[in-house]
Design a protein around this ligand. Structure first.
Ligand code: GAL
Length: 401
């Protein structure tokens, strides 16, 4: 009997201390991260300014929540007690004061570190300090941790991320745990119970379909990233997402390309983490990022990642099953010129094998809503006709009639 009690207690304690915080990121996280635009050139004024813009531009109202400081927020050395310290020049009032400011706006605060001895930018990493760092983040009221993979030598990825997960759990504050090991160790296969999202590739770059090699890794544009990870949709769901990287909307692609990029990240149920300078964003950029109808596709409660339906005649067509038997459908014009679609619903019919969802368009009609132009486009009893500009998108929601 005694033995049984001991086994029971051990099981209870393993259960208590070795699982991620549940109930977080039930839909993909929405937010902003400093890296794509600012790299390590970040400071308190910038971050406060971004928080202010969340409110002013209606981004908070559209659902964006997390403001995440990426690499470069720390001083180059830990203090005498081994604690991380905020860079005193960039963040003169420290991290708790910044967290308080962000929280006072009704937003949440995220921070970055790395599983290795140093971060990718050469700042102190968490290796060997996981529990101490987790306690510190909790004391600063951090809500989100992005955890990178530089300088990890022969560390085992699953083990290293489990250690940090356990440290966060032990520290006791619910913190979204965002795994960033670039898809190198196929985290979709093991990270469901470790983190809330995992990066699936190396770093994104602000181009439509380019790839730039850096020796051991490449930066990839929007379509290179999408095409690299085609077969992992079954691993994503509420609380555990495939992360296609911070967005490049507003960072130099055309407005049409930005719309397509945003539509695709929404179809893929990826975290929507803005990566542009919101203080100087154009009207068109804000219009794209704050589009509630598109965001609703990303945030759909079913949490099913979309999939490629077809790729013909220069059109990528993607589908995503939504709640209440609705669907999102996205047509992207991949060509260099404006093209028309004349889409015959009856001829096509569609469904999602993985989730056992099928639609018989002979029996069932759907109404069609254009999510970028905020217009109703009739229903599926007649062909869907539209002109779509080069690299632009028609994104629709179909609701059962
Ligand atoms: C990379 C990561 C980027 C950014 C950068 C910071 O490994 O993929 O998103 O965090 O490190 O140094």
């Amino acid at each position: 009997m005694k033995k049984l009690v001991v086994v029971f207690l051990v099981l209870v304690s393993i259960n208590t201390f070795s699982q991620k915080f549940e109930g977080l990121a039930e839909t993909p996280p929405l937010g902003w991260n400093s890296w794509n635009t600012f790299a390590t050139d970040i400071n308190e004024e910038l971050v406060k300014g971004i928080a202010d813009k969340f409110i002013e531009l209606g981004l908070k109202d559209a659902g964006y929540e997390y403001i995440v400081l990426d690499d470069g927020w720390m001083a180059k050395e830990r203090d005498a007690n081994g604690n991380l310290i905020a860079d005193p020049v960039k963040f003169p009032n420290g991290m708790k004061a910044l967290a308080d400011y962000i929280h006072s706006k009704g937003l949440k605060f995220g921070i970055y570190n790395c599983a290795g001895s140093k971060t990718c930018g050469g700042y102190p990493g968490s290796r060997g300090f996981e529990y101490q760092d987790a306690r510190l983040y909790a004391s600063w009221d951090v809500d989100y941790l992005k955890y990178d993979w530089c300088n990890t030598e022969k560390l085992n990825a699953e083990g290293a991320y489990m250690t940090m997960r356990d440290a966060l759990k032990k520290a006791g504050r619910p913190i979204v745990f965002s795994i960033c090991e670039w898809g190198d160790n196929e985290p979709w296969k093991w990270a469901k119970d470790v983190g809330h999202a995992w990066r699936v590739t190396g770093d994104i770059i602000n181009c439509w379909d380019c790839e730039i090699g850096h020796g051991s890794w490449s930066s990839r544009g929007v379509w290179k990233i999408i095409n690299l990870r085609e077969d992992i949709r079954k691993f994503a769901g509420p609380g555990h997402w495939n992360d296609y990287d911070m967005m490049e909307v507003g960072n130099g692609m055309t407005d049409a390309e930005d719309r397509s990029h945003f539509a695709m990240w929404s179809m893929l149920a990826s975290p929507l983490i803005m990566g542009n300078d919101l203080r100087t964003a154009s009207k068109e950029t804000v219009k794209t990022l704050a589009n509630k109808e598109v965001i609703a596709v990303n945030q759909d409660k079913l949490g099913i990642q979309g999939f490629r339906f077809s790729n013909e005649n220069n059109f990528e067509i993607w589908l995503k099953p939504l709640e209440k038997d609705a669907w999102a459908m996205t047509f992207v014009n991949m060509s260099d010129e404006t093209k028309s679609i004349d889409f015959d619903w009856i001829k096509h019919g569609f469904g999602d094998d993985l989730n056992g969802k099928w639609v018989d368009l002979k029996q069932q009609k759907f109404s069609i809503r254009d999510l970028y132009n905020h217009k109703n486009l009739g229903d599926t009893s007649s062909n869907l006709k539209a002109e779509i500009g080069s690299h632009d998108v028609l994104m629709i929601k179909m609701v059962k009639k």
